[in-house]
Design a protein around this ligand. Structure first.
Ligand code: SAJ
Length: 407
């Protein structure tokens, strides 16, 4: 009689859950994917449904749902809470629940465990609970779900061990065991807060150095020649996505509830959040030099996605840039080859027609083809390079006012 396959239920089939489900299946697990969006579960290569009853005979349930923030930047735990409530009725003794969603320390013990206990009738310990924070990096073709090192922490030794055995059975990379759920939760928040504050540092440098006539990108590249104790980050028109600008607020909120105020981390987030308006202020300054006003100008915003070469608008700086431009009375033509934005604009030529200025907000590879001649042809005299991705000298030599972020 062939050994029964371990059954794994993956809750949430987005950019985290789907690759995990596909990998687990390839590695020999009997996988069922659960997603509340029927569109997502169509023509999938794995068994997928929106019916949580299908998790009833799972041995392992892995929660991979979003952890957004509300407009006021307070954590929105509802997707995690709803997932816990939905799996609980079908949970049985000895089953392992793993949370992969990025959360602040304390969420597994103070939110996940109580909800599952309430709706399953089991005590945590009777079901196993672990946290293995996701590390998927959209658009990265070197590091993927199968080879990124991970950390794992559990409610108790048995939880940790069972989660460790699962992840080491599907990953080719190292899995580090943390001493607790909270340590595992803290690892991911620290990783992304580290990135946030380092980007904020270079964003502040960019504003300072632009007043000093120093090209901050050249300085960062210079500092990068130091083979140790320096890690390059680059300034830009803002920090988007569902990780870097969001994750720190989970720690800020939880720490505050426990008596500590993260002043530095909060300030770093604010510095990054001000970059879209700083970018628009650069344009306003350049228009003024040419005797023009923001009001009545037409501006092409190139790029809507928060990151190059993908279609993802979450927390995108471009959205804020457009908001500030419109507030200043400018007309906006936005174009992103990856995103269906302004339906009238089908390509770069359309976007550049009859505009006074350009703001490049996303360094999609298509925009790296932008040449000074394309601007001269359209009598465009100003470009704000929000991702410092264009050849500054070429544009200046063509008589165009080129302004980067800190260069
Ligand atoms: N950004 C800068 N300057 C930088 C780096 C990024 O302004 O030096 C901006 C980007 O333009 C973007 C935002 O920050 O708007 C986020 O960029 P990101 O490269 O961090 O991309 P994400 O959001 O996809 O972050 C993911 C994260 N991965 C996980 O959470 C598992 C992050 O931890 C990774 O460090 C990051 O990918 C990565 O290295 O690409």
């Amino acid at each position: 009689m062939p050994k029964k396959k371990t059954k794994v239920a993956v809750i949430g089939l987005g950019y985290v859950g789907l690759p995990l489900a596909l990998l687990a299946e390839v590695k020999g697990y009997d996988v069922i994917g659960i997603d509340n969006n029927p569109q997502k579960i169509k023509n999938l290569k794995i068994k997928a449904t929106s019916d949580f009853a299908e998790t009833k005979d799972a041995d392992i349930v892995i929660i991979c749902v979003p952890t957004p923030v509300y407009k006021n930047r307070n954590p929105d735990y509802s997707p995690v809470k709803n997932a816990c409530k939905s799996i609980a009725p079908y949970l049985k003794k000895g089953e392992l629940v793993v949370l992969e969603s990025t959360v602040n320390p304390g969420v597994c013990e103070e939110i996940v465990a109580p909800i599952i206990e309430k709706y399953s009738g089991l005590l945590v310990g009777e079901f196993l609970l672990a946290h293995c924070p996701e590390r998927i990096n959209p658009g990265d073709d070197k590091w993927d779900v199968s080879n990124i090192p991970r950390v794992v922490g559990g409610w108790n030794r048995q939880s940790t061990q069972k989660a460790y055995e699962f992840y080491t059975s599907i990953l080719s990379s190292h899995v580090k065991i943390m001493n607790s759920l909270k340590e595992a939760e803290a690892v991911k928040i620290v990783e992304n807060s580290f990135r946030n504050i380092n980007i904020a540092f270079v964003n502040e440098l960019a504003q300072s150095f632009s007043k000093l006539g120093i090209d901050v990108v050249n300085v960062i590249d210079g500092a990068s020649t130091k083979p140790f104790a320096f890690m390059a980050h680059y300034p830009g028109c803002g920090v988007g996505g569902h990780c870097i600008p969001v994750d720190p607020y989970y720690l800020i909120d939880y720490a505050k509830k426990n008596g500590y105020t993260h002043r530095f981390l909060s300030l770093a987030c604010k510095v990054n959040e001000e970059m879209p308006s700083y970018t628009v202020s650069l344009l306003k300054r350049e228009l003024k030099k040419q005797g023009k006003k923001m009001k009545g100008s037409t501006v092409a915003v190139l790029g809507l996605s928060y990151k190059a070469n993908i279609a993802d608008l979450r927390e995108s700086p471009a959205e804020d840039i457009i908001k500030h431009l419109k507030k200043g009375g400018a007309a906006v033509k936005s174009y992103d080859p990856y995103v269906d934005g302004d339906s009238k604009i089908k390509n770069l030529d359309d976007a550049l027609e009859s505009v006074d200025a350009v703001i490049l907000a996303t360094n999609h590879k298509e925009f790296l083809e932008l040449t000074p001649e394309m601007l001269v042809k359209n009598n465009i005299k100003i470009i704000i390079d929000g991702r410092n991705c264009l050849p500054k000298k070429d544009f200046i030599n063509a008589g165009i006012e080129y302004v980067g972020i800190g260069r």
